[in-house]
Design a protein around this ligand. Sequence first.
Ligand SMILES: [Zn+2]
Length: 283
Amino acid sequence: MSEQNQLAEIGIFGGSGFYDLLENAEVVEIETPFGKPSDKIIIGVVGGRRIAFLPRHGKSHQYPPHKIPYKANLWAFKKLGVQRIISPVAVGSLRPDIKPGDFVICNQFVNWTHTHGLNQRDDTYYHGEKVDGIKHSEKVAHLSLAEPYCSELRKVVSDICEQEKILHHKNGTVVVIEGPRFSTKAESKFFASQGWDIINMTAYPEVALARELGMCYVNIGLVTDYDAGLEGNPSIKPVTTAEVIEVFNKNNEKIKELIFVIIKNLPVERSCECEKYLEQAII
Ligand SMILES: [Zn+2]
């Protein structure tokens, strides 16, 4: 897509809580070869930059994590001209020193989801055969995800958290589970024993799909709970849905402010490698 047709340069996975940030907001409906995205996309201006918002679970939270149309969502952002994606997600903590209310700027993930193939959680646009009418599916590509998140975006987020004195962790490994159920105590204990820091149900496959489309991607985990509890601390109860919603909503203003400052501080030109991975990956 040419610069002229660029309707938005930054994409954010976020719901209606963010819309009051936008000037001149308009609603766009996008069709993709993979069906409709989770919802209509709201486009507008924040701090002079054109931003697109898409609620990952749909406006009424109608999509559980394993049913989110991830491929359509990422494709829709690409179609609008988006180059960078900011992805706030609610996460559980697997460590006592990562506390509810903290932000974690992930640097690694472990994919523990299991429904791939050609269903909603399909994690590639390159199947080596013509799928969904997309020509480049006929190709085979092996992209590097050794460093899965955009280094430039991560640095901007980390510097801003520092400046604004927001409690944050500069690195973190997120284990992404299938959901929609929460973990058992045994599973949670196992994840923690691997040295993984936080847990979530939606942080994969967005990151892999974004890389295939040459878009920068940063994951900002907002800690809402301690998953199934913490070893040796019986006073911490296993997570409930009500707790996740309560802590996430309580921190909504903080996330919104952080996103606003990130947008204002993002350099216009990208100086990272994210756009180049695909060139080296096609067979
Ligand atoms: Zn990048």
